[in-house]
Design a protein around this ligand. Structure first.
Ligand SMILES: [Zn+2]
Length: 299
């Protein structure tokens, strides 16, 4: 583990997160739809090279390759029995790169199913599955837990409670995917910014914010950041935007924002109350280097 506590560090300076993982794994040969978590044990050198590229770029939060690491998601690849091995390996690889000047975020994404009454999953089942995943991430060396890309505040709360039950002191970061609707920013489940963030804070998250989101442009993320900061109070705010709103070019999805544009947005996000700026879809080590430069200017 990093000897310094992430929350203490954030009292003195803003930090730069890291960027997209999936696209970089695909550049190294991962097939779409395959089990990206398998690379944690089968291709750790490739994974380490990606973490290193972000660390060298200035990312001080290194996110484990475990977005789809719950039993429910791994079951889809016939790897449901490997939750512990694959998540522990994800954290070990990230920890080896992070050293003592970066923090490892144990990454937890949505389970891919719906809680009752929309779906059939119970909160107890979901909490148990997240606890298995998060326990392995912490055992492998995660310094904090990132519950991300959530749409349902109920699922978010289960993730946060699971992290708490593994380690009552570990910093928990909670980010939702919002979209723009005529009624303001809402998650896919229709939850408002205020309700979503309050639920995460009530469950025990110490850092709250947004990542990904569909069709949000960089200005939208700045507006969203202001709304989140207004609800967050003394909690810290994290924004991990996509590299602009996706465009379809020759049948491919392209995120158009340049590193310079992202760096400019990082300045505006900090003005709007963000303490951590990272990246989501379409962001690369080049984007993060530009952002890290801007973030370091505020330290
Ligand atoms: Zn994304």
């Amino acid at each position: 583990m990093n000897s310094k506590n992430l929350m203490d560090e954030l009292e003195s300076r803003p930090l730069c997160g890291d960027g997209a993982m999936g696209t970089l794994l695909m550049e190294r040969g991962m097939k779409g739809g395959s089990c990206g978590m398998a690379w944690n044990t089968e291709r750790p050198d490739d994974l380490m090279a990606i973490h290193k590229a972000y660390h060298t770029a200035g990312s001080r939060l290194i996110t484990t390759n475990s977005f789809g690491g719950s039993r429910f998601m791994l079951d889809g690849h016939g790897r449901g029995d490997d939750v512990r091995d694959l998540n522990m390996a994800a954290a070990r690889v990230a920890r080896a790169v992070a050293g003592d000047d970066a923090w490892v975020l144990g990454d937890v994404g949505p389970c891919g199913d719906f809680l009752e009454p929309v779906g059939e999953l119970t909160e107890d089942e979901l909490r148990d599955a997240f606890r298995d995943q998060i326990g392995a991430l912490i055992e492998g060396g995660a310094d904090a837990v990132l519950v991300e890309t959530m749409s349902d505040p109920g699922e978010m709360a289960c993730g946060i409670e699971a992290a708490h039950s593994c380690d009552p002191d570990i910093p928990i970061i909670a980010t939702y995917a919002f979209q723009k609707t005529p009624g303001g920013f809402r998650t896919m489940m229709g939850t408002s910014v205020e309700e979503a963030i309050r639920r995460a804070l009530d469950a025990g998250a110490k850092i709250v914010g947004a990542n990904c989101g569909s069709a949000l442009d960089l200005d939208d993320y700045v507006a969203l950041c202001g709304e989140i900061a207004a609800v967050a109070g003394s909690a810290k705010v994290i924004i991990q935007p996509n590299a602009g709103a996706p465009e379809q070019i020759d049948g491919r999805t392209v995120h158009p924002a340049t590193p310079d544009q992202m760096a400019g947005t990082a300045g505006r996000l900090m003005d709007a109350g963000a303490h951590i700026i990272g990246g989501c879809c379409g962001t690369t080590p080049e984007h993060m280097a530009a952002i890290a430069n801007r973030v370091a200017g505020r330290a």
